[in-house]
Design a protein around this ligand. Structure first.
Ligand SMILES: *Cc1c(COP(=O)(O)O)cnc(C)c1O
Length: 389
């Protein structure tokens, strides 16, 4: 993608989100990257390098959004766009050598955990599950010892979904590098505006684009940004062979969503902080998990490594599963739906999913704070928590 503006090194992320991935400024050029709805391209003989031939191999509709995400993550190369966050995670874990050991948070996103468990059951890799907020334990798991060789890959999620634990990512990455272990960070909840794992020395940073990057609950996509050219080309090859390619329409929507990422994150960081503080003193609420609260065990680490506490809050309510289900049934503004990161606020009791792990309390409700008026959101939540219809 051509770039008509100052080098990204001189620009803030808020500006990059708006300006990167644009066509060169030539008279008559479109301001927005054109989207070509074509699966195949005219070619005779072997296509020249970079010449599109078939949209599963190289999809020109992806280039603009790949440039923006790569630049936002502080990489010197574009992201690799995938058909979903899970497809991106699958391709990333596939970088681990056969039989290698994967150290992963026991409270990873449940899809990530299901994938890792399946790969372990197939004998593709060995799995060490850890409490990602217990830095010494994670480092011990990385190093192995006894009959166990050092880990091949460390998976970090911070904050975790839905328990919002905070990993001391820079410390873990240093320890992983010391034993030659590849590090991938799922950066979905914090977004590249909240933290940039490659700056800490991570090898790969992964997103579900379906969440904050897209931001409007209208697409499914994923991205991986690789620090090394070797990982980048392995990811592109995996995408081509496995067919994990995003559609041109979703690439367009993702790019369009990212243009407002900074504004949306500013609003949801502020609103979530306000709501978390109010929820902490609500009589129906037993516990609030939010990394921006001083009561959070990872508050100091979060302050040191994140910009803003993010837009996701988890609350445990008094009265167990039934009480939590009743809260979700009573809201009028908060949409009772799964997923997070959209402009519209959403909530759900996570354990309604049989696949959610049992460490998540039955009464835990995950709140994804949107961009609506914060007092409207509070009144609706307060009424639902108070048992009024
Ligand atoms: C949603 C989510 C994913 C999976 O992304 P999809 O786009 O739904 O495949 C992975 N990690 C985290 C943290 C998520 O929230």
């Amino acid at each position: 993608m051509s770039h008509a503006l100052p080098s990204p090194d001189e620009l803030s992320p808020e500006t990059i989100a708006v300006t990167a991935g644009r066509p060169r400024w030539e008279p008559g050029a479109p301001v927005n990257a054109p989207v070509t709805m074509s699966s195949t391209y005219i070619s005779r003989g072997e296509p020249a390098p970079g010449e599109p031939a078939y949209a599963r191999y190289d999809n020109p509709a992806h280039h603009a959004v790949e440039e923006v995400v790569g630049t936002l993550e502080g990489a010197c190369r574009p992201a690799v766009l995938f058909a979903s966050g899970m497809a991106a995670i699958d391709a990333t874990i596939a970088l681990a050598p056969p039989g290698g050991r994967l150290v992963m948070p026991a409270h990873s996103y449940n899809g990530t955990l299901a994938l890792a468990r399946q790969l372990a059951a197939l004998g593709r890799l060995r799995l060490s599950l850890v409490a990602i907020d217990q830095t010494d334990d994670v480092i011990a798991a990385l190093e192995g010892g006894g009959a166990s060789a050092p880990a091949a890959m460390l998976w970090i999620e911070t904050p975790t979904n839905p328990l919002l634990e905070i990993a001391d990512a820079p410390a873990l990455i240093d320890a992983a590098r010391a034993v030659g272990c590849v590090v991938a960070v799922d950066n979905t909840l914090a977004t590249p505006l909240g933290q940039r794992p490659l700056d800490w020395g991570a090898d790969l940073t992964v997103h579900s684009g379906s969440k904050y990057l897209g931001g409007h609950s209208d697409l499914v996509a994923g991205t991986v940004v690789a620090a090394s050219a070797e990982h980048d080309s392995a990811l592109r090859e995996f995408r081509r062979i496995h067919g994990a390619t995003a559609s041109a329409a979703d690439a367009f929507l993702l790019l369009r969503g990212i243009r407002t990422l900074a504004l949306r994150m500013e609003r949801v960081n502020a609103s979530a902080a306000t709501l978390a503080r109010r929820l902490e003193s609500h009589p129906a609420v037993k516990h609030v998990h939010y990394p921006g609260l001083d009561s959070h065990p990872g508050a100091a680490v979060a302050r040191a490594q994140m910009r803003g506490g993010g837009g996701v809050i988890a609350i445990e309510v008094h009265g167990g599963a039934a009480a939590a289900d009743a809260v979700c049934a009573r809201t009028r503004s908060w949409a009772p739906a799964t997923s997070l990161g959209g402009v519209e606020s959403m909530l759900e009791r996570r354990r309604r999913w049989p696949g959610e792990f049992p460490d998540v309390p039955e009464s835990l409700i995950r709140l994804s704070v949107g961009i609506e008026n914060v007092d409207d959101l509070w009144r609706d939540l307060d009424r639902a928590l108070g048992g009024q219809v």
